[in-house]
Write a protein that binds this ligand. Structure first.
Ligand code: HEC
Ligand code: HEC
Ligand code: HEC
Ligand code: HEC
Length: 135
């Protein structure tokens, strides 16, 4: 009996923790041919950005926190869910344009005098070096 209660409480905590992870904590990887590690906290907490600065719906209208929480799943937040070979604006089919037009443009312009990285390695990381022979 006691075990059941403890298990139930543990499960309740786990469920709350999962539901609260919006936006996700820690770094997520933006997948692609040149993956990028991205921190929501840097942008929403340190830089103070709204969700709608980056997330929008199929009409290009910003999605705020409430709109994102109301989604049935997070799949429709993936940029590539819309920006793919079928996207109406040709320029916004290419991942390079889609992400650079949002991410790099703001880093270049700056936000209250703060600038994010604009060099390739600042987002994409250093290219892997060839392994040294014999190691
Ligand atoms: C502000 C961050 C940022 C900077 C700076 C940046 N990129 Fe990107 N770039 C991204 C993100 C995010 C993606 C999407 C991830 C992906 O598609 O692999 C991307 C995608 C790309 C892609 C397309 C990969 C694909 O999947 O088709 C290429 C090519 C690329 N970047 C090259 C560069 C080069 C070259 C530079 C430097 C001149 C650069 N990037 C600087 C964030 C950045
Ligand atoms: C600076 C841009 C930016 C801001 C601001 C931002 N996000 Fe995101 N978010 C992204 C990117 C980029 C992805 C990854 C999309 C992809 O992989 O195609 C993402 C992914 C997500 C995901 C899916 C995570 C996963 O693991 O699949 C959730 C949930 C999310 N964001 C919620 C939020 C919420 C809530 C806010 C506001 C509090 C917010 N985001 C603010 C850029 C941003
Ligand atoms: C549900 C579909 C959908 C998703 C998901 C989506 N977009 Fe878009 N995006 C659009 C539409 C629609 C437009 C408006 C195009 C237009 O007005 O011609 C747009 C416009 C843009 C633009 C051009 C904005 C401008 O002001 O010029 C950029 C850059 C962009 N999206 C990047 C992203 C990034 C990065 C993500 C992921 C964080 C993302 N989009 C997710 C549908 C989507
Ligand atoms: C509207 C402005 C804005 C947009 C859009 C934006 N950033 Fe940033 N970013 C910033 C600012 C400002 C900083 C510096 C924050 C600081 O140092 O306090 C930053 C810092 C960073 C850093 C370095 C700090 C860290 O957390 O590693 C990375 C990497 C980064 N951004 C990636 C991205 C990517 C990838 C995207 C697009 C999905 C993006 N940013 C979109 C404003 C923006």
């Amino acid at each position: 009996m006691r075990k059941t209660i403890i298990t139930t409480i543990a499960l309740m905590f786990a469920a709350t923790a999962m539901a609260a992870a919006i936006p996700p904590r820690g770094r997520i990887t933006i997948e692609g041919k040149r993956p990028v590690k991205f921190s929501h906290q840097t942008h929403t907490e340190k830089a103070g950005l709204d969700c709608a600065t980056c997330h929008h719906d199929d009409k290009g209208q910003g999605r705020d926190l409430a709109a994102i929480k109301a989604l049935a799943g997070t799949g429709s937040l993936a940029c590539g869910a819309c920006h793919n070979a079928e996207f109406k604006d040709k320029k916004l089919r290419k991942r390079k344009n889609v992400f650079h037009d949002l991410c790099r443009a703001c880093h270049k312009k700056g936000l209250d005098g703060k600038h994010g990285p604009t060099k390739c390695s600042g987002c994409h990381g250093k290219r892997k070096r060839k392994p040294v022979e014999g190691c």
